[in-house]
Design a protein around this ligand. Structure first.
Ligand code: UDX
Length: 405
Protein backbone atom coordinates (compact mmCIF):
# COMPACT_ATOMS: atom_id res chain seq x y z
CA UNK A 1 0.00 0.00 0.00
CA UNK A 2 0.94 3.61 -0.21
CA UNK A 3 1.11 4.87 3.37
CA UNK A 4 1.65 8.30 4.88
CA UNK A 5 2.92 8.86 8.41
CA UNK A 6 2.38 12.31 9.87
CA UNK A 7 4.56 13.27 12.85
CA UNK A 8 8.05 11.80 12.89
CA UNK A 9 8.58 11.39 16.61
CA UNK A 10 9.17 8.10 18.32
CA UNK A 11 6.01 6.36 17.20
CA UNK A 12 6.03 7.86 13.70
CA UNK A 13 9.58 6.90 12.80
CA UNK A 14 9.20 3.35 14.11
CA UNK A 15 5.82 2.88 12.38
CA UNK A 16 7.23 4.24 9.10
CA UNK A 17 10.35 2.06 9.28
CA UNK A 18 8.47 -1.15 10.14
CA UNK A 19 5.82 -0.63 7.44
CA UNK A 20 8.47 0.21 4.85
CA UNK A 21 10.31 -2.98 5.80
CA UNK A 22 7.09 -4.89 5.03
CA UNK A 23 7.18 -3.63 1.46
CA UNK A 24 4.81 -0.66 1.72
CA UNK A 25 5.62 2.60 0.02
CA UNK A 26 5.96 5.04 2.92
CA UNK A 27 6.05 8.83 2.98
CA UNK A 28 6.87 10.52 6.30
CA UNK A 29 5.71 14.07 6.95
CA UNK A 30 6.83 16.41 9.69
CA UNK A 31 6.71 20.19 10.10
CA UNK A 32 10.26 20.22 11.47
CA UNK A 33 12.57 20.92 8.49
CA UNK A 34 15.74 19.96 10.37
CA UNK A 35 14.29 16.59 11.38
CA UNK A 36 13.20 15.86 7.81
CA UNK A 37 16.62 16.85 6.51
CA UNK A 38 18.45 14.59 8.92
CA UNK A 39 16.10 11.65 8.27
CA UNK A 40 16.65 12.08 4.53
CA UNK A 41 20.38 11.72 5.27
CA UNK A 42 19.60 8.50 7.16
CA UNK A 43 20.28 10.12 10.53
CA UNK A 44 17.67 9.18 13.11
CA UNK A 45 16.84 11.92 15.63
CA UNK A 46 16.22 9.28 18.32
CA UNK A 47 18.25 6.44 19.76
CA UNK A 48 16.43 3.12 19.58
CA UNK A 49 18.14 -0.27 19.38
CA UNK A 50 18.11 -1.59 15.79
CA UNK A 51 16.54 1.56 14.31
CA UNK A 52 19.58 2.94 12.46
CA UNK A 53 20.13 -0.42 10.76
CA UNK A 54 16.46 -0.68 9.83
CA UNK A 55 16.35 2.86 8.43
CA UNK A 56 19.40 2.13 6.28
CA UNK A 57 17.66 -0.94 4.81
CA UNK A 58 14.37 0.72 3.83
CA UNK A 59 13.42 3.52 1.48
CA UNK A 60 11.16 6.18 3.01
CA UNK A 61 10.51 9.61 1.58
CA UNK A 62 10.56 12.29 4.26
CA UNK A 63 9.04 15.66 3.55
CA UNK A 64 7.46 18.74 5.13
CA UNK A 65 4.98 18.89 2.24
CA UNK A 66 1.56 17.37 2.94
CA UNK A 67 0.64 17.43 -0.75
CA UNK A 68 3.03 14.48 -1.27
CA UNK A 69 0.34 12.40 0.45
CA UNK A 70 -2.25 13.07 -2.25
CA UNK A 71 -2.45 9.46 -3.42
CA UNK A 72 -1.82 7.45 -0.23
CA UNK A 73 -4.34 4.77 0.81
CA UNK A 74 -3.81 5.30 4.52
CA UNK A 75 -2.38 8.19 6.56
CA UNK A 76 -1.28 7.48 10.12
CA UNK A 77 -1.34 10.42 12.53
CA UNK A 78 1.50 10.04 15.02
CA UNK A 79 1.90 13.61 16.28
CA UNK A 80 2.45 14.36 19.96
CA UNK A 81 -0.44 14.99 22.36
CA UNK A 82 1.12 16.67 25.39
CA UNK A 83 -0.79 17.32 28.60
CA UNK A 84 -0.72 20.99 29.56
CA UNK A 85 -2.11 22.06 32.96
CA UNK A 86 -3.87 18.73 33.35
CA UNK A 87 -5.54 18.87 29.95
CA UNK A 88 -4.63 17.15 26.71
CA UNK A 89 -3.44 19.50 23.95
CA UNK A 90 -4.98 18.38 20.67
CA UNK A 91 -3.76 21.24 18.46
CA UNK A 92 -1.19 19.10 16.61
CA UNK A 93 -3.77 16.37 15.98
CA UNK A 94 -6.41 18.70 14.58
CA UNK A 95 -3.91 20.62 12.50
CA UNK A 96 -2.75 17.28 10.99
CA UNK A 97 -6.38 16.26 10.36
CA UNK A 98 -7.12 19.55 8.65
CA UNK A 99 -3.97 19.41 6.47
CA UNK A 100 -4.71 15.80 5.54
CA UNK A 101 -8.31 16.48 4.60
CA UNK A 102 -7.04 19.11 2.13
CA UNK A 103 -4.78 16.71 0.27
CA UNK A 104 -5.96 13.11 0.69
CA UNK A 105 -8.05 11.15 -1.80
CA UNK A 106 -11.66 11.03 -0.59
CA UNK A 107 -11.49 7.24 -0.17
CA UNK A 108 -8.26 7.34 1.83
CA UNK A 109 -8.34 6.51 5.54
CA UNK A 110 -6.94 8.55 8.41
CA UNK A 111 -5.58 6.35 11.21
CA UNK A 112 -5.29 7.93 14.64
CA UNK A 113 -2.24 6.45 16.31
CA UNK A 114 -1.60 9.42 18.57
CA UNK A 115 -2.98 8.92 22.06
CA UNK A 116 -6.18 10.97 22.23
CA UNK A 117 -9.06 11.23 24.71
CA UNK A 118 -12.31 9.49 23.77
CA UNK A 119 -14.36 11.54 21.34
CA UNK A 120 -11.38 13.09 19.54
CA UNK A 121 -11.39 10.78 16.52
CA UNK A 122 -15.15 11.09 16.02
CA UNK A 123 -14.69 14.87 16.01
CA UNK A 124 -11.82 14.48 13.51
CA UNK A 125 -14.11 12.36 11.33
CA UNK A 126 -16.87 14.96 11.42
CA UNK A 127 -14.53 17.89 10.77
CA UNK A 128 -12.66 16.25 7.91
CA UNK A 129 -15.49 14.31 6.31
CA UNK A 130 -12.97 11.47 5.98
CA UNK A 131 -13.06 7.93 7.37
CA UNK A 132 -11.10 7.79 10.64
CA UNK A 133 -9.88 4.64 12.40
CA UNK A 134 -8.24 4.51 15.84
CA UNK A 135 -5.22 2.23 16.13
CA UNK A 136 -3.36 3.00 19.37
CA UNK A 137 0.30 2.07 19.84
CA UNK A 138 1.59 0.21 22.84
CA UNK A 139 5.30 0.22 22.04
CA UNK A 140 7.90 0.57 24.75
CA UNK A 141 10.99 2.63 24.09
CA UNK A 142 14.02 0.37 23.91
CA UNK A 143 11.84 -2.41 22.43
CA UNK A 144 9.93 -0.27 19.96
CA UNK A 145 10.69 -2.30 16.82
CA UNK A 146 10.06 -5.63 18.53
CA UNK A 147 6.79 -4.31 20.02
CA UNK A 148 5.64 -3.07 16.61
CA UNK A 149 6.50 -6.34 14.87
CA UNK A 150 5.05 -8.55 17.61
CA UNK A 151 2.51 -6.64 19.71
CA UNK A 152 0.47 -8.49 22.36
CA UNK A 153 -2.66 -7.22 20.62
CA UNK A 154 -3.75 -4.81 17.94
CA UNK A 155 -6.71 -2.58 18.64
CA UNK A 156 -8.66 -1.18 15.71
CA UNK A 157 -11.60 1.10 16.36
CA UNK A 158 -13.98 2.38 13.72
CA UNK A 159 -16.13 1.40 10.76
CA UNK A 160 -16.00 -2.12 9.37
CA UNK A 161 -14.53 -1.58 5.90
CA UNK A 162 -12.03 1.11 6.94
CA UNK A 163 -11.00 -1.07 9.87
CA UNK A 164 -10.53 -4.04 7.54
CA UNK A 165 -7.93 -2.13 5.53
CA UNK A 166 -5.98 -1.24 8.68
CA UNK A 167 -6.27 -4.86 9.79
CA UNK A 168 -4.64 -5.88 6.51
CA UNK A 169 -1.65 -3.62 7.26
CA UNK A 170 -0.96 -5.34 10.59
CA UNK A 171 -1.97 -8.90 9.70
CA UNK A 172 1.71 -9.91 9.24
CA UNK A 173 2.23 -9.62 13.02
CA UNK A 174 -0.11 -12.58 13.66
CA UNK A 175 -1.17 -10.80 16.86
CA UNK A 176 -4.75 -10.93 18.15
CA UNK A 177 -6.79 -8.13 16.60
CA UNK A 178 -9.54 -6.49 18.65
CA UNK A 179 -12.17 -4.52 16.74
CA UNK A 180 -13.95 -1.80 18.70
CA UNK A 181 -15.73 1.53 18.44
CA UNK A 182 -13.62 4.67 18.00
CA UNK A 183 -14.16 5.65 21.63
CA UNK A 184 -13.38 2.21 23.04
CA UNK A 185 -10.09 2.10 21.14
CA UNK A 186 -9.18 5.53 22.48
CA UNK A 187 -10.04 4.50 26.04
CA UNK A 188 -8.20 1.15 25.84
CA UNK A 189 -4.93 3.04 25.48
CA UNK A 190 -5.56 5.22 28.55
CA UNK A 191 -6.94 2.38 30.63
CA UNK A 192 -3.89 0.24 29.79
CA UNK A 193 -1.30 2.90 30.56
CA UNK A 194 -3.09 4.00 33.74
CA UNK A 195 -3.34 0.43 34.94
CA UNK A 196 0.40 -0.12 34.43
CA UNK A 197 1.11 3.14 36.28
CA UNK A 198 -1.11 1.89 39.12
CA UNK A 199 0.83 -1.39 39.26
CA UNK A 200 4.14 0.45 39.51
CA UNK A 201 2.90 2.83 42.20
CA UNK A 202 1.42 -0.09 44.11
CA UNK A 203 4.79 -1.87 44.10
CA UNK A 204 6.42 1.38 45.23
CA UNK A 205 4.08 1.71 48.21
CA UNK A 206 4.82 -1.89 49.20
CA UNK A 207 8.50 -0.92 48.90
CA UNK A 208 7.93 1.98 51.33
CA UNK A 209 6.39 -0.46 53.76
CA UNK A 210 9.25 -2.96 53.41
CA UNK A 211 11.72 -0.22 54.34
CA UNK A 212 10.00 0.04 57.74
CA UNK A 213 9.66 -3.69 58.49
CA UNK A 214 12.69 -5.69 59.61
CA UNK A 215 13.89 -8.47 57.27
CA UNK A 216 11.88 -7.35 54.28
CA UNK A 217 12.80 -6.96 50.65
CA UNK A 218 10.16 -5.75 48.19
CA UNK A 219 11.65 -7.81 45.34
CA UNK A 220 11.00 -11.02 47.27
CA UNK A 221 7.43 -9.88 47.91
CA UNK A 222 6.62 -8.76 44.35
CA UNK A 223 8.31 -11.77 42.76
CA UNK A 224 6.11 -14.08 44.81
CA UNK A 225 3.06 -11.96 43.98
CA UNK A 226 3.86 -12.05 40.28
CA UNK A 227 3.84 -15.84 40.08
CA UNK A 228 0.09 -15.64 40.64
CA UNK A 229 -1.22 -15.58 37.07
CA UNK A 230 -3.98 -13.19 38.07
CA UNK A 231 -1.36 -10.62 39.11
CA UNK A 232 1.48 -11.32 36.58
CA UNK A 233 5.10 -10.35 37.23
CA UNK A 234 5.25 -7.35 34.90
CA UNK A 235 5.34 -3.70 35.98
CA UNK A 236 5.75 -4.63 39.61
CA UNK A 237 9.34 -3.47 39.87
CA UNK A 238 9.73 -1.00 42.70
CA UNK A 239 12.12 1.88 42.16
CA UNK A 240 12.07 5.63 41.78
CA UNK A 241 8.78 5.63 39.87
CA UNK A 242 7.72 5.94 36.27
CA UNK A 243 8.80 8.63 33.83
CA UNK A 244 8.91 8.87 30.06
CA UNK A 245 6.73 10.27 27.35
CA UNK A 246 3.56 8.30 28.11
CA UNK A 247 2.64 7.35 31.67
CA UNK A 248 3.05 10.80 33.27
CA UNK A 249 1.13 12.64 30.54
CA UNK A 250 -1.51 9.98 29.91
CA UNK A 251 -2.44 9.56 33.58
CA UNK A 252 -2.91 13.34 33.89
CA UNK A 253 -4.88 13.52 30.64
CA UNK A 254 -7.33 10.79 31.66
CA UNK A 255 -7.76 12.41 35.08
CA UNK A 256 -8.56 15.77 33.45
CA UNK A 257 -10.90 14.13 30.96
CA UNK A 258 -12.78 12.11 33.58
CA UNK A 259 -13.22 15.06 35.91
CA UNK A 260 -14.77 17.03 33.03
CA UNK A 261 -17.28 14.19 32.78
CA UNK A 262 -17.96 14.44 36.51
CA UNK A 263 -16.17 11.20 37.37
CA UNK A 264 -13.17 10.79 39.63
CA UNK A 265 -10.55 8.12 38.87
CA UNK A 266 -9.41 7.85 42.48
CA UNK A 267 -7.03 4.95 41.95
CA UNK A 268 -5.22 6.68 39.09
CA UNK A 269 -5.10 9.86 41.18
CA UNK A 270 -3.40 7.93 43.97
CA UNK A 271 -0.91 6.37 41.53
CA UNK A 272 0.09 9.83 40.34
CA UNK A 273 0.44 11.07 43.91
CA UNK A 274 2.66 8.11 44.87
CA UNK A 275 4.77 8.67 41.76
CA UNK A 276 5.20 12.39 42.47
CA UNK A 277 6.62 11.50 45.85
CA UNK A 278 9.37 9.18 44.53
CA UNK A 279 12.02 11.86 43.84
CA UNK A 280 11.45 13.34 47.33
CA UNK A 281 12.13 9.95 48.85
CA UNK A 282 15.53 9.88 47.11
CA UNK A 283 16.38 13.19 48.80
CA UNK A 284 15.32 11.95 52.23
CA UNK A 285 17.35 8.77 51.68
CA UNK A 286 20.46 10.88 50.99
CA UNK A 287 19.79 12.95 54.13
CA UNK A 288 19.38 9.74 56.13
CA UNK A 289 22.79 8.62 54.87
CA UNK A 290 24.73 11.86 54.89
CA UNK A 291 22.93 14.09 57.39
CA UNK A 292 23.29 17.52 55.79
CA UNK A 293 23.45 17.49 51.98
CA UNK A 294 23.96 21.23 51.52
CA UNK A 295 27.37 21.89 49.99
CA UNK A 296 28.02 18.16 49.49
CA UNK A 297 28.98 16.71 46.12
CA UNK A 298 26.46 14.10 44.94
CA UNK A 299 26.64 12.07 41.77
CA UNK A 300 23.63 10.79 39.84
CA UNK A 301 24.14 7.65 37.79
CA UNK A 302 21.64 7.52 34.94
CA UNK A 303 19.65 10.39 33.43
CA UNK A 304 17.35 8.69 30.92
CA UNK A 305 13.85 7.78 32.19
CA UNK A 306 14.75 4.11 31.85
CA UNK A 307 17.69 2.11 30.46
CA UNK A 308 18.04 1.44 26.72
CA UNK A 309 17.03 4.93 25.64
CA UNK A 310 18.52 8.45 25.55
CA UNK A 311 15.08 9.89 26.31
CA UNK A 312 14.99 12.09 29.41
CA UNK A 313 11.36 13.22 29.15
CA UNK A 314 9.80 13.22 32.64
CA UNK A 315 12.92 11.45 33.86
CA UNK A 316 12.93 10.93 37.63
CA UNK A 317 16.71 11.44 37.58
CA UNK A 318 16.29 15.04 36.42
CA UNK A 319 13.65 15.69 39.08
CA UNK A 320 16.06 14.40 41.73
CA UNK A 321 18.83 16.52 40.27
CA UNK A 322 16.72 19.69 40.55
CA UNK A 323 15.71 18.87 44.12
CA UNK A 324 19.33 18.24 45.12
CA UNK A 325 20.40 21.56 43.64
CA UNK A 326 17.56 23.32 45.46
CA UNK A 327 18.87 21.79 48.69
CA UNK A 328 22.29 23.29 47.93
CA UNK A 329 24.09 20.10 46.90
CA UNK A 330 26.64 20.17 44.10
CA UNK A 331 25.55 17.64 41.46
CA UNK A 332 27.46 15.76 38.79
CA UNK A 333 25.85 13.14 36.58
CA UNK A 334 26.68 10.38 34.15
CA UNK A 335 24.55 8.51 31.64
CA UNK A 336 25.72 6.10 28.92
CA UNK A 337 23.36 7.56 26.28
CA UNK A 338 21.37 10.59 27.42
CA UNK A 339 22.75 14.08 26.86
CA UNK A 340 21.45 16.94 28.97
CA UNK A 341 22.65 20.51 28.60
CA UNK A 342 23.37 22.80 31.52
CA UNK A 343 24.51 20.22 34.04
CA UNK A 344 27.90 18.92 35.03
CA UNK A 345 28.45 15.62 33.23
CA UNK A 346 31.18 13.09 33.95
CA UNK A 347 32.78 11.02 31.16
CA UNK A 348 32.12 7.72 32.92
CA UNK A 349 30.65 6.34 36.11
CA UNK A 350 34.03 6.02 37.80
CA UNK A 351 34.84 9.71 37.28
CA UNK A 352 31.35 10.62 38.49
CA UNK A 353 31.65 8.53 41.65
CA UNK A 354 35.25 9.47 42.46
CA UNK A 355 34.50 13.18 42.49
CA UNK A 356 31.53 12.78 44.86
CA UNK A 357 30.71 11.95 48.45
CA UNK A 358 27.22 10.63 47.77
CA UNK A 359 25.87 8.53 44.89
CA UNK A 360 22.31 7.98 43.66
CA UNK A 361 21.54 5.28 41.12
CA UNK A 362 18.62 6.74 39.19
CA UNK A 363 18.45 4.53 36.07
CA UNK A 364 19.21 0.82 35.99
CA UNK A 365 21.69 0.75 33.09
CA UNK A 366 23.33 -2.68 33.07
CA UNK A 367 26.81 -1.13 33.22
CA UNK A 368 26.02 0.01 36.80
CA UNK A 369 25.77 -3.51 38.14
CA UNK A 370 29.01 -4.76 39.64
CA UNK A 371 30.35 -1.27 40.43
CA UNK A 372 30.39 -1.93 44.19
CA UNK A 373 34.25 -1.86 44.39
CA UNK A 374 34.37 1.77 43.15
CA UNK A 375 31.55 2.75 45.52
CA UNK A 376 33.56 1.83 48.63
CA UNK A 377 33.58 4.69 51.14
CA UNK A 378 30.71 6.55 49.44
CA UNK A 379 27.18 7.14 50.68
CA UNK A 380 25.01 5.29 48.22
CA UNK A 381 21.27 5.26 47.55
CA UNK A 382 20.30 2.63 45.01
CA UNK A 383 16.95 3.81 43.67
CA UNK A 384 16.79 1.12 40.98
CA UNK A 385 18.01 -1.99 42.75
CA UNK A 386 21.16 -2.78 40.80
CA UNK A 387 23.68 -3.22 43.63
CA UNK A 388 24.53 -5.91 46.13
CA UNK A 389 24.05 -4.19 49.50
CA UNK A 390 26.14 -6.81 51.30
CA UNK A 391 29.21 -5.53 49.48
CA UNK A 392 28.77 -1.95 50.72
CA UNK A 393 28.88 -0.22 54.11
CA UNK A 394 26.99 3.04 53.73
CA UNK A 395 24.34 2.07 51.24
CA UNK A 396 20.56 1.86 51.25
CA UNK A 397 18.18 0.68 48.60
CA UNK A 398 14.55 1.19 47.63
CA UNK A 399 12.33 -1.42 49.26
CA UNK A 400 14.85 -3.02 51.65
CA UNK A 401 14.44 -2.84 55.46
CA UNK A 402 16.19 0.15 56.93
CA UNK A 403 15.41 -0.76 60.51
CA UNK A 404 17.25 -3.37 62.52
CA UNK A 405 15.21 -5.58 64.81
C1 UDX B 1 5.05 2.92 27.99
C2 UDX B 1 4.11 1.73 27.75
O1 UDX B 1 4.73 0.53 28.20
C3 UDX B 1 3.74 1.62 26.28
O2 UDX B 1 2.80 0.57 26.11
C4 UDX B 1 3.13 2.95 25.87
O3 UDX B 1 2.67 2.92 24.57
C5 UDX B 1 4.12 4.08 26.08
O4 UDX B 1 4.49 4.09 27.46
P1 UDX B 1 7.65 3.43 27.79
O5 UDX B 1 7.31 4.80 28.27
O6 UDX B 1 8.58 3.27 26.65
O7 UDX B 1 6.31 2.64 27.36
O8 UDX B 1 8.31 2.68 29.02
P2 UDX B 1 7.98 1.48 30.00
O9 UDX B 1 8.96 0.40 29.77
O10 UDX B 1 6.55 1.12 29.99
O11 UDX B 1 8.34 2.17 31.40
C6 UDX B 1 7.72 3.36 31.83
C7 UDX B 1 8.30 3.82 33.14
O12 UDX B 1 7.92 2.96 34.20
C8 UDX B 1 9.83 3.86 33.18
O13 UDX B 1 10.23 5.05 33.85
C9 UDX B 1 10.21 2.64 33.98
O14 UDX B 1 11.43 2.81 34.66
C10 UDX B 1 9.04 2.54 34.95
N1 UDX B 1 8.79 1.18 35.43
C11 UDX B 1 8.37 0.22 34.55
C12 UDX B 1 8.93 0.88 36.77
O15 UDX B 1 9.31 1.75 37.59
N2 UDX B 1 8.64 -0.38 37.20
C13 UDX B 1 8.23 -1.35 36.37
O16 UDX B 1 7.96 -2.47 36.84
C14 UDX B 1 8.09 -1.05 34.99
Amino acid sequence: MKIGVVGLGYVGIITAAVLASRGHQVIGVDVDKEKVKSLNCNRSPIYEPGLDELLRKVKINYTTDYSKLSDVDIAFITVSTPTVNGKILLDHVFSAVSSLSNVLRRDAIIVMKSTVIPGTSRKAKELSGMEVVVNPEFLREGYAIEDTLHPDRIVIGGDKSAGDLVEEVWRFTNSPIIRTSLEEAELIKYASNSFLAVKISFANEIANLCERIPNCDVNVVTQAMGIDKRISPYFLKAGLGYGGSCFPKDTLAILGFSSELGEKLRIVEAAVEVNNERPLRAISAMKELMGEIKGKRICILGLSFKPGTDDTRESVALKILNLLEKEGAEVIAYDPKAKVEGIKIARNSEECIMSSEGVIIATEWSEFSGIEPILKGKYVFDGRRVLDLKKLDNAIMVGVSRCKR
